[in-house]
Design a protein. Structure first.
Length: 267
């Protein structure tokens, strides 16, 4: 393990984030990019959003992300999962939670300060959960930087506790503006972060491709975030994506009952 990565892992409990530049190989990035384009351009992404926001009126999507070849491989990408096994991150027993895949245009609006730790209501931080942000084409100024607030994952706060601040600059924040293609950022899911609006004056040759995968330590039931969560886990099992090594990765018994998020949630 590179010394910089080892140092970041050693500081993960303190800071709540880990930056892995260029982790994904270029051929893999190309395959993932084609699948993201299909997911967005075919309307599958929008149908998955509708099924989450209006489950009583919208049919379940005909395809889920894990059924796409490269996306499934990404969820069990060995160099990443081997890092997550470190006790400073998740440890050896963890389960896949969910995945979002998107392509945003350069200069797209930002997203206010928030965190993504799944707990209703927010009560404790005994079990870690991480969100893994895969920046397929990296980050450049026009794409919109990621800002994180180190240490904020130790707070027990609702996801929107800082939303009133918009995307304002906060004391102590760390801003990640540029990353090479195939880079990955691992966040403790309770870490407050924001996506700022991209620099529309900057020259950017592609959209902001990001695949967000989430994992959590086993030990108590986690709330699912999609009404068709059982189908997603079943796809992982049917494709045998755990390679026999991560046997618990797609097991339903680590989840509680699905409850709609009345505040709205984008898939």
């Amino acid at each position: 393990m590179a010394s910089d990565v080892a140092a970041q892992i050693g500081e993960f409990d303190k800071n709540g984030f880990l930056v892995l530049p260029g982790l994904l190989p270029a051929p893999f990035v190309e395959r993932l990019t084609r699948e993201v384009d299909h997911w967005v351009d075919s309307g599958l992404r929008q149908r998955s959003i509708d099924a989450c926001l209006r489950p009583e009126r919208s049919p379940l999507p005909e395809t889920v992300e894990l059924e796409m070849t490269a996306h499934g491989e990404l969820v069990v990408f060995p160099p990443l999962l081997e890092l997550l096994e470190d006790t400073n991150l998740l440890g050896p027993a963890f389960v896949f939670h969910h995945l979002h895949s998107d392509r945003r245009p350069s200069g797209a609006p930002g997203k206010p300060w928030h965190h993504d730790y799944e707990q209703r209501p927010q009560r404790h931080r005994r079990l870690p959960m991480v969100h893994v942000l895969h920046y397929l084409h990296g980050l450049r100024p026009g794409m919109g930087p990621l800002a994180v607030l180190p240490g904020s994952h130790h707070e027990v706060a609702e996801k929107n506790a800082r939303a009133h601040l918009g995307t304002d600059v906060l004391p102590g924040e760390v801003v990640i503006t540029e990353l090479p293609p195939g880079s990955v950022v691992v966040l403790h899911s309770a870490l407050f972060h924001t996506r700022r609006t991209g620099d529309t004056s900057a020259t950017v040759d592609s959209g902001r491709y990001m695949i967000d995968a989430s994992y959590c330590r086993t030990g108590e039931p986690w709330p699912p975030v999609k009404p068709y969560w059982r189908r997603i886990l079943a796809a992982g099992r049917e494709r045998r994506l755990g390679h026999g090594r991560w046997a618990e990765l797609f097991e339903e018994r680590h989840f509680g009952a699905y409850e709609p998020d009345r505040a709205g949630r984008a898939a």
